[in-house]
Ligand binder design. Structure first.
Ligand SMILES: Nc1ncnc2c1ncn2[C@@H]1O[C@H](COP(=O)(O)O)[C@@H](OP(=O)(O)O)[C@H]1O
Ligand SMILES: [Mg+2]
Ligand SMILES: [Mg+2]
Ligand SMILES: [Mg+2]
Length: 389
C-alpha cells in the first residue's frame, strides 16, 4: 500500500438578534412565504445521485482502510496526509456524477488534484488507484462502463477543479474528510453537497465508521453495535439517516435540551485543528459538565444532527482558512435537523465566495435554544483571551 504524504500546507445581519427576539411574522408576510415555499425547487434527483455515489465511495474507502490498518503504514504520516483512498474516492464521485447527469453542465469543487500523481515515480500509486476505482465500479454494476484507464482517472480527479461561486450549480466534495482519522482507523466522512446560486441545497455525509447508536453517553446496553451511517438533507425537507448497508431512512433532529449544563460538546480529535483552551473556557462559562467528545471529520455534524451531543466548537489558529468542502454537507445536515451553524460572531456561513469561507474567528453549531447563550459565552471568551495576550 502506498501513501503519498502531501503538505498543504460583510454587511450581513448578525444572528444574535434573530435568536434573542423571535418576532411573529405579519399576516401578509406569512402568506407570501407560503407562496414561496410552494415553488421551492426539488433536488430529489440530485439527492438520490449524491447518496448513491457517496455510498459507492464509502465502499472504496472501507476496502482501503482495512488494507491500511493491516500494513500499518499510517505511522509514516505526520503532516496532512492524502491516501490512495482520497484520490480514488474523488475520481469515483467525479466520474459517477458525470454519468448520472450526462446532459448537464458539470462543475465540481473538490479537495484533491492530480498534480502529485503525474510526477514520475507515482505511476504505481496511480495504477493502484485506477484498479480500486474499477473494482468498485464493477462491484456495483450501476454504471455500464468500460474499464477506466489511468488517464481517465486523472481526468476524473481534475474534474474537481471548479472554483464554485455564487452563480449556477456546483457540486462540493471532500472525498475523505478526516484523512488523519481514516489513517488512524477512526472517524472519517465522504462529504458531498450541491450549491445552487451560492446556497447549499443538499448534503450527504457517508460515515463508514460511525456507530448507528449514539456515540455520547452510556451505550453499553445498546443492542445496536452496527457501524456505517449515511446522513442526507435537502433544503426544506429535513435530515435523514440510514445505515450504509441500506436500512430504511429515519428522520433525525438535533437535541432539544435548553439547559447548557446538560450539553456535551464536540471538537476536533486533532489538537492542531482547533483552540482547545478557548473551547474549554466557553464550556466552563456555559456550565458544561461533560468532557469534550473528540472525533474527526464532519461525522461531528452527523452525530449532532441526531442529537448525540449539543454543541460543536471549532476555532482554528489565526490565519487558517476554512474550505467549503469541510463544512458544506455537514452544515445542511445540521440545519435541516433544526440546528444552527454560524461563525463565532453569529453570521451564517457563506458558501458563495469560492473555495474558502470568510469567517469571524471560528465555527459554532448548536440548537436554536442554546445559540444565544453560546454566542454570549463565545464573545466573552474571545474577549478574555484577547485581553490576556
Ligand atoms: N490547522 C488546521 N486547522 C483547522 N482545520 C484544519 C487544519 N489543518 C487541516 N484542517 C482541516 O480539518 C479537516 C478535518 O476536520 P476535523 O479537524 O474536524 O477532523 C481536514 O480535512 P481533510 O481530512 O479532508 O484534509 C482539513 O481540511
Ligand atoms: Mg486533506
Ligand atoms: Mg476535509
Ligand atoms: Mg479530505
Amino acid at each position: 500500500m502506498t501513501i503519498i504524504s502531501c503538505l498543504r500546507t460583510v454587511s450581513k445581519p448578525s444572528l444574535i438578534s434573530q435568536f434573542s427576539k423571535p418576532k411573529p411574522k405579519p399576516k401578509t408576510q406569512q402568506s407570501s412565504s407560503l407562496v414561496v415555499s410552494s415553488i421551492v425547487m426539488s433536488y430529489d434527483k440530485e439527492l438520490a445521485a449524491a447518496k448513491k455515489v457517496a455510498s459507492l465511495a464509502a465502499r472504496l474507502c472501507l476496502k482501503v482502510q482495512k488494507a491500511l490498518l493491516q500494513s500499518d503504514v499510517q505511522s509514516k504520516n505526520d503532516k496532512s496526509p492524502v491516501t490512495v483512498a482520497d484520490y480514488g474516492s474523488q475520481a469515483l464521485v467525479s466520474f459517477a456524477l458525470q454519468k448520472e447527469f450526462p446532459s448537464e453542465p458539470f462543475s465540481l469543487v473538490a479537495e484533491e488534484d492530480s498534480k502529485d500523481l503525474r510526477q514520475s515515480g507515482a505511476q504505481e500509486t496511480l495504477e493502484r488507484i485506477t484498479k480500486l476505482v474499477n473494482e468498485t465500479l464493477a462491484s456495483d454494476g450501476a454504471y455500464n462502463t468500460s474499464t477506466l484507464s489511468t488517464e481517465d482517472v486523472i481526468r476524473a480527479i481534475d474534474g474537481g477543479k471548479s472554483e464554485g461561486g455564487s452563480h449556477g450549480r456546483h457540486w462540493v466534495l471532500d472525498p475523505i474528510d478526516g484523512t488523519k482519522g481514516f489513517v488512524r482507523g477512526d472517524q472519517y466522512a465522504i462529504a458531498l453537497a450541491l450549491l445552487d446560486e451560492g446556497k447549499v441545497v443538499l448534503g450527504v455525509l457517508a460515515c463508514p465508521n460511525l456507530p448507528l447508536a449514539s456515540i455520547v453517553g452510556d451505550n453499553q446496553h445498546s443492542s445496536n453495535n452496527e457501524v456505517g451511517c449515511l446522513f442526507f438533507a435537502q433544503v426544506g425537507a429535513g435530515t435523514y439517516m440510514q445505515s450504509l448497508s441500506g436500512s430504511l431512512p429515519v428522520k433525525v433532529q438535533v437535541t432539544a435540551i435548553e439547559n447548557s449544563e446538560e450539553a456535551s460538546f464536540f471538537e476536533s480529535y486533532e489538537a492542531a485543528h482547533s483552540n482547545r483552551d478557548l473551547s474549554s473556557l466557553i464550556a466552563k462559562k456555559l456550565g458544561v459538565k461533560a468532557p469534550p467528545v473528540r472525533i474527526d471529520s464532519q461525522a461531528k455534524y452527523g452525530a449532532l444532527s441526531r442529537g448525540d451531543g449539543a454543541i460543536y466548537l471549532r476555532f482554528p489558529r489565526k490565519g487558517y482558512r476554512e474550505k467549503i468542502w469541510d463544512h458544506a454537507a455537514g452544515s445542511i445536515v445540521v440545519t435541516e435537523a433544526g440546528g444552527v451553524v454560524t461563525d463565532a460572531a453569529g453570521y451564517p456561513l457563506d458558501f458563495s465566495k469560492g473555495k474558502h469561507l470568510n469567517l469571524q474567528a471560528g465555527i459554532i453549531v448548536t440548537n436554536q435554544k442554546l445559540m444565544p447563550a453560546l454566542l454570549k459565552a463565545v464573545k466573552e471568551s474571545l474577549e478574555e483571551q484577547a485581553s490576556s495576550l
